[in-house]
Design a protein around this ligand. Structure first.
Ligand SMILES: Cc1cc2nc3c(=O)[nH]c(=O)nc-3n(C[C@H](O)[C@H](O)[C@H](O)COP(=O)(O)O)c2cc1C
Length: 219
């Protein structure tokens, strides 16, 4: 492992897993074996996380009826939004959002990702001072959600390395309360994302990225 050639090969494999991953939104029905789901989550939990609190929780849904119920929950949430007077005349946008938020249910496996409450010493100090939620978030930048996001990215990368397609989705979080109840999540857990996983039914080439010069500066 220590020789430079082996290291270069390891890096090339990692780079392929990172660069080759793309969001996949259409899936074949072949099931994802639970052992492989476990292997993906085992890599996901290697993510850096604030205070090593490991405030993530995962519920893997491979039961078709439960997946259909999850889609129903998102449809209900969108139906309720469509009835808001503020969204009158926005039928086309609601339809597009529905498509963007519900395709997960067609995947053979859906990983629901939750964040548990996390308070560092700094959070406690800001709370003691009574700063507003907005100011608190500005000064802390949601380490809980950053940690959970790091795990989701690793999960998606692991899925790609194992030959699966996945899509990190937050649009279904519009139905968070219903989904948390439906899945029997622990009371303090808050839905952060759904990640459908399956063999890809389409070629999903990696999407483009801004030139590095536009996003990276040195000072
Ligand atoms: C936090 C987050 C939320 C996302 N939510 C959705 C979603 O609800 N529905 C969807 O189709 N894609 C969703 N995506 C996928 C993005 O659209 C996708 O990552 C982006 O277009 C870049 O494409 P790539 O993943 O293929 O590189 C989300 C991605 C992230 C990181």
């Amino acid at each position: 492992m220590d020789d430079p050639t082996t290291r270069r090969l390891e890096l090339a494999k990692l780079a392929e897993s990172v660069r080759g991953r793309a969001s996949v939104r259409r899936y074949l029905p072949d099931p994802v074996p639970r052992a492989q789901v476990t292997a993906m989550v085992e890599l996901a939990v290697r993510a850096a996380n604030a205070g090593n609190a490991q405030m993530w929780r995962f519920i893997a849904v491979d039961d078709a009826a439960t997946r259909a119920a999850l889609r129903g929950a998102v449809d209900d949430a969108l139906d309720a939004m469509a009835a808001w007077p503020e969204l009158a005349g926005k039928g086309k946008e609601i339809k597009a959002l529905r498509a963007y938020a519900t395709f997960f249910a067609d995947a053979p496996l859906v990983l629901a990702v939750f964040a548990l409450p996390y308070a560092s010493r700094a959070d406690e100090m800001l709370d003691a001072r009574g700063v507003s939620r907005e100011e608190h978030d500005r000064l802390r930048a949601r380490p809980d959600l950053q940690s959970v996001g790091a795990a989701v990215q690793l999960f998606c990368t692991a899925a790609h390395a194992l030959g699966y397609g996945a899509c990190w989705m937050t649009a279904p979080v519009l139905a968070a309360p219903a989904i948390e109840t439906l899945l029997g999540a622990e009371p303090a857990a808050r839905l952060a994302a759904l990640v459908p996983v399956g063999r890809s039914a389409v070629a999903a080439p990696p999407s483009s990225r801004h030139p590095l010069a536009d996003v990276l500066e040195f000072r």
